[in-house]
Design a protein around this ligand. Sequence first.
Ligand code: ZN
Length: 276
Amino acid sequence: MADLQERFRHAAAAVQNARALVITAGAGMGVDSGLPDFRGDRGFWNAYAMYERLRLSSVQAANPAHFECDPAFGWGFYGHRTNLYRETVPHAGFSLLREWIGRFGLDWFVVTSNVDGQFQKAGFEEERILEVHGSIHHLQCIRPCSQAIWENRETIPVDFATMRAGHIPRCLHCGAVARPNILMFGDWSWISDRTARQERRFDEFITDCRNLPLLVVELGAGTAIPTIRHTSEQLGRSGSMVVRINPREAQISPPHISLPCGALEGLRGIAAALNA
Ligand SMILES: [Zn+2]
């Protein structure tokens, strides 16, 4: 695909011309690490046969009400995902981004809608990451009794036949059930303090970079929950170059660059053009 090669060269030139880099990422970033794609009920049920038997969609399985009514069932879904993300090895695209940061002396920040902690796992510093929907590796009280958010160091075995957890994490302060510090659908008790602190650091970063050529590399951010695309586009409107990498919804107007491919393929394509 000659056209795609040409676009990789344009994107490589944008990396070379940048002084600062904002990496924006959605669910598509995890697919190349082998994480399941929950797109549609079929994709979700292929990953979780138990929920297909119960005819529960991903939104229904993820419902925060389960932590109140049936915590072992609520933790079945989130415990499984916690274990999966702990075991996952971030794909080679993460190291390519870190390599560019070092090689071109880029100042940088990550903005992700993923709750999986994969950027931290790939060696990106916690202080330069904004997790807009929170993190599965952090817990809070379901009530909540306080604004406390703490790291999830608990082992949560899950029975795949019933999707029930064999251990329920508890609030460190009041002993009630604890839940992941993730913004869920229909969620009224998510504590946003940790994400708000990350947002302030990101705002400071953008202010500090206002006179630098800034490049946005957006990876696997779909239109279904458009927060990440909005962040990229907003930076694009204020003078940054945006490279949008997405196999299905890569559309963006020039001068921004659209790469209709997966995250790893896109990053490898740019890397090859940088080394040519
Ligand atoms: Zn509590």
